[in-house]
Every structure is written in structure tokens, then in C-alpha cells.
Write a protein that binds this ligand. Sequence first.
Ligand SMILES: *Cc1c(COP(=O)(O)O)cnc(C)c1O
Length: 424
Amino acid sequence: MEKETKCIVSGYTPKNGEPRMIPIIQSTTYKYDSSEAMGRLFDLEDSGYFYTRLQNPTNDMVAAKIAALEGGTAGMLTSSGQAANFFAVFNIANAGDHVVSSTSIYGGTFNLFNVTMRKMGIEFTFVDPDCTEEELAAAFQPNTKCVFGETIANPALTVLDIEKFAKAAHSHGVPLIVDNTFATPINCTPFDWGADIVTHSTTKYMDGHDAAVGGAIVDSGKFDWMAHKDKFPGLCTPDDSYHGITYAEKFGQGGAFITKATAQLMRDFGSIQSPQNAYYLNLGLESLPVRMERHCENAQKVAEWLQANDKVTWVNFPGLPGNKYYDLAQKYMPNGTCGVISFGVKGGRAAAEKFMAGLKLASIETHVADAHTCVLHPASSTHRQLTDEELEAAGVGADLIRFSVGIENVKDIIADLDQALALI
Ligand SMILES: *Cc1c(COP(=O)(O)O)cnc(C)c1O
């Protein structure tokens, strides 16, 4: 099936007389006829549900749809994108281990890695996404467990050379994890280019309507854990907290990663998405291809308009010919990138603040990537905890305005920009 069809039908097939829409299973627990039947679930001998802190049928249907869209073998929903990235990395990297990550990533993920996960004893080496293969290879250590990057980085809009990162990861015997939030599987499927695990903040385009915070993890099923047994004891040796199960043996290459993340991490951290939110997410997924097309079309027009405006010093949009990442974007996402643009206003910080105050249609939000046009000045809001040096390294200068183009009529979006820029 094509992606547009998967968005409608994947994950749930009602039988005769059953609800057309994915049912919301709003239940914490599940009833069994015998202790023996429930015990088999706890032993992971049978698949089924026993407690919604770990798994819920509504969530699993929606996760299966996202897995189908990404072309993966298994998927899970998490309570947020932060939880998805934490689980994806922590599932294979523990205290004493090391991770190679692109510097150009979401600020929240950077803090998660650089502050919180360091406190947990995991080391990170951050590399410029545009580094040479030699520089990338030099970042690896014997205890490196994975490589991390974002398809299109939020908010720097750098496009990851997925093949370059996948090649480096695989030659060091570790998987590549790609956060595919901005491109969505509609515009890019990282597994086609060698990525092994994909994560999402479903809070952005997937939900698409400012309705529900959520995250997702999908496994490609392509990484051979058992071929690198020594590096991944958590997957390849018995789990004492689960009756001695060896995930990679019992659930195979296609199921081990997600089963371990569910059975261990979801059990212990409980970062489950509520079934109600999963239902909203599914509504968003149904219209995702139509919305992405409009987001990209509108953003292209806005980017071109901004580029021609003399109050604007620079425009960063990977869909603009001449952009540093135009060629990579054409390679990895030829049908469009995303609806997010960044640009600088003539007159720096003060002018940027005037412009922000003048906007009427575009609303000031930390949020990005949904139906409503919204705008942010990261240096004075979301990224204020970063030092100037870290801001530069993350590709977010103090003058940067992030503009998330919605699906309103583009004439109204441009008219709003025009009147706000005129105030400068
Ligand atoms: C927003 C975002 C996250 C974090 O997701 P939440 O749902 O806000 O927890 C992670 N990665 C990217 C690329 C994001 O844009």
C-alpha cells in the first residue's frame, strides 16, 4: 500500500459489526480467567495486556500504523517525544557507555543527553552533522553504543546525511537512531537510507492540531544485535528482571528492541501515552499526507517571499535552491521537507522583538509544526538555558526567528508577515 492508504487503514481492521474508528480502550487493567493465564503474560510467553502502564491496545494499534508508515517491524508509543528519545538511547546505552550524536538537534534532546543522561553515567560526543567521514569515525570509542541525529533538525533545519551517519554507525557495529519528527514518514523514511531505529515527537505534524503530546519509537528490524553480542548485553543475554529472557533470541531481530523497551523501560518508568491521546494522534495521522503537502507548499511560498524582502537578512529553508542543505533535501525528501523556516530580521534582536510583537495571525508559541502558523524567538525563550557557545553549536544564533507555516491560506500568512515587518 502507498503511504496515504496506510494512514487510513493500517493498524486496525474492524471485523463484522465492530467500530469503524479505532476504539479507545480506557482501562487500566485487563481481566483473566485464571492466574495461570495471567502468569503466562508476565513471563512474556503469551502476548496480551495486563496493565496500561506498560501497554494498551489503542496505543498498539496507532503504533502499528506509524511502524507501517516508516516501514518498520515494531513500534511503540510513549508519553512524549522526550520519552521516545530517552527510551531509544537508554534501551541500549547504560552507565559507562558512550553515544555519538549530531550537535544539530532539538534543544530538549540536547539537554536530555548533555545534562541528564550524563548524570546517569552515559557519555556523549557531539559531532557537526556536516563533518567528514574521518571526523565522524574519530568520534567513536570502544564503548559507543549508538549514533543519533535528526532528519531535519529543530530548529536549525540542517538536513542529516543519513547514509553517511548510517555507514559510520554500522562500520563500528552500532545502530543509527534518527529522530524523524520534522520530515515525518510522508516526506522521508530513514530506514530506506540505512537508519535502524526511528523516533518521533508525535506532538508535532503527526498530531498536527495542538491537541496531544506524544512520542513514538519504530524499529526497522534490520540491526543484527546478536552479531554484536558483546556490545548489547541487555538484548543478547538473559534479563534477570524478566525471568531470564534473552530478548534477541526470543523475539528475534524484528521484535527484540521494542519488546525490551516495553517490558523493562515502560514497566519501570511508566511513560505511557494515554489511550485518549493515542486516539487524537490517530485522527492526525489520517490526514497527515494532505496536511504535509499543504505545509510544504505554503512554506515554499513564504520562504521565497521572505527571501525577496529587504527587511530580512537571511532565510534558512532546505527547500530553497541555494540553501546549504538543498541537495541533501532533494536526495532524502524530494517531495518536500517541512513547514518550518528560520530567518533573521534586519536590526538584530531589537528588531526581532518589534516584529514578534506586531504579528497578528501567527501566534507566539514554544510549539511548532502544526496546522496553526506559529512563531518563536528561541534565544529568548526555548533555548535560553544554553550558553552562547552552545547556541552557536546547535545552529541557533541569537537573531534567529523560527516560523512554522501552518495550513491557512498562504495569502493571509504573507499579509501578516508583511505588516509586522513594516513596523521595523
Ligand atoms: C518537540 C521535539 C522533541 C520533543 O518532543 P515532545 O513531544 O515535546 O516531548 C524531540 N525531537 C524533536 C525534533 C522535536 O521537535
